[in-house]
Every structure is written in structure tokens, then in C-alpha cells.
Write a protein that binds this ligand. Sequence first.
Ligand SMILES: [Zn+2]
Length: 361
Amino acid sequence: MEDGTVTIGSAPTLQEWLDHWLYTIKQGSLKDSTLEGYEAKIAWLKDTRLARTKLNKLKPEHIETFYARKRAEGKAVASVLQLHRILNGAFKAAVKRGKLGSNPLLKVDAPSGRSDEAFEPPAFTPEDARKIIAHAETLPPSEATRWMMALTYGPRQGEVLGLGWDAVDLDNGQIDLRRTIYPKKWRHGCDDITHCPAKRPHLCPSRYGGGLFFGTPKSLAGRRSLPVPEQVLKHLKKLHAEHLALNEAEGKRRKPYTDANGVTVDLVFCQLNGRPHRPESDWKRWKALLEECGVDHVRLHDARHVSATMMLMLGVPRQVVGRISLVLNVGVVGSARPRCTSLGRFHEMASWGRSSLYSIR
Ligand SMILES: [Zn+2]
């Protein structure tokens, strides 16, 4: 783009088109205050993957995802709606000028609802999911299994990181996610904190009370064991074989982990020596994974909303997906927000997953 003109023949990116539309096509007809309002909304897109997307490659899901992210960041419905109207104007103009075949917003519902209403549609697009799954398949068993589990059961970080081999039935393909692992903060154990050589409690020479602990969240009481899809089970079996070999290895470096309360678990996801991964290092690995896949950083949390889609994309039979989704989605406490896990939502996801556009292989 030069001198505010979009080169004919090559599709502009969304950012290029918005600049062109706002400053070349639209500006003359806008009051200064309106222009500023438009600029402020368009600035939300700055340096985002959405803004770098070519206009003709934009899909309704990209825009829905962006709206969802803005809502999750706490933007009011009214503000997101303003952005929606601005984009709609820009897309209409793009269609009129032959830069765009059709307006992708025709397939996107305008943001609605009270501004304090929680809004949690999927933050991953099926395309993101496809990339993550394809990449996870190429990783060593410990990594492949970890991320396949995240994609299948939603993030449930503590439950996955707290999973022990005692809760895995490899023969029948069942797991029991009734245990969790959670971090507790270290406290100063010294007499006088002001004279402690450590500024932070976890560095205190006589620290106490911190570390990783096993627990059973009340919200999970009564949860049944869950089927493990064949696509995940094959990785889980490889990982188990790897652990058995490590246990037999000379020097026996790998040991079950015992927490400060004396609870011992032979962990499925652990460091080579059998000690648990800290939640934040798990997090870092997830971010690195997304980066390797070229997927925007999204909260691990967001994976939950598309786990049904992901399972269908993995080729997990619909019946199994239904069972896992229902068990996991019912009675999961721990967030004040309502779940987007109604059957309606599930079917919506299922129909997404079914689309051959997004098939993995
Ligand atoms: Zn201290």
C-alpha cells in the first residue's frame, strides 16, 4: 500500500484495508469526534493476527474469536458492537470495490447482551485446533500425551498434572480425573521478616508450608471415570512404556512423588525424576507449543470450549465425545461464569468439527 491506495490485484490485509477505508474513503464524511471513535476501535486490532489476515482469507470464526477475546478482556458489549458496525461498514465498502467476495460479517451475529453478562465462546478457531493437533502428534510421548489430554478434556491443568498411573486403566481405556495437584505458597519461617536475607518468602532459609500438594476438589466428587479416546490412548501407552523403562533403568532416577502431606503418586506427567511439573512451567510449554504452531497465545483455559470440536477432529467417535463432554461439563465448579456447555453449544461445536474443511489428515 502506497499513498493510501490499495494495489489492485493483491488482496490487502485487514489492517491495510481499514486504513484505506477510514482515511481515503470515509474520513471526509465523518465528524472529527466520530473519526476518533473509529480510530480507537480499530486500534484494538493493532498488531493482531486478525489485522494481518488478508481480507479475502477472513472467516467468520476469526472475527467471532476476536470479539470473544475482547469480551474476555472486559470490553463492554456496546464497545464490541461499535467495532462490529465499523468492520461491517469497511467490509461492505470492500465488497463494493471488488476487494472482497462477500462480507464475512453476514455470518456473524452482532454482539448482544447486557454488558456485565459473561460471554465465553470458543477462543480457538477450528483451524487453530487442527494446527495444534497436527503438531502435537509429532512430539515425544510425554508432550504429545499432555497436549492431547488438554485438547480432549479441556485444560483442567491441576487434574491432568495430578493424574497418576493408578488412575489410568490402559487396558480398558479409562481415566479417573478425581485427583488434582495444586501449589501452595511458601511462607517465611524466620522470626523477623525485616531481617530475613530473602525478600521473597520462597527464598527464605526457613521457609515452610509451600510446594505442590495433591487434593480432591469437592466439585469433582462423584465424577465417573472417563473414556480415553483411542487417539489419545496410543500416546498414553507409549508414555507408560517409557516410564516403566525409566523405572528399570540403572540408578532408578524416576520415583513417585510424595507431597508434604505424605500422599504418594506415580505421576503420568512429570519430570524425568518423577517430580511434578509446576503449573507455570506447564504453562510456558503450552505457550511455546502455540508459538511453534503459529497460533495466537490464548489462555489455556480457552481450550475447554472447543474440546468437543477437537475430539471430533481427532476422529473420536461422536458417542465417546458426547460421553466425555457430558461428564466433564456437568457440575464443574470453580468459575463464577456460566459454562457454554449446553447441549446446544455442544451440537454447534460438533457441527464445526464435522466440517470437512477442518479435517486433519
Ligand atoms: Zn524469612
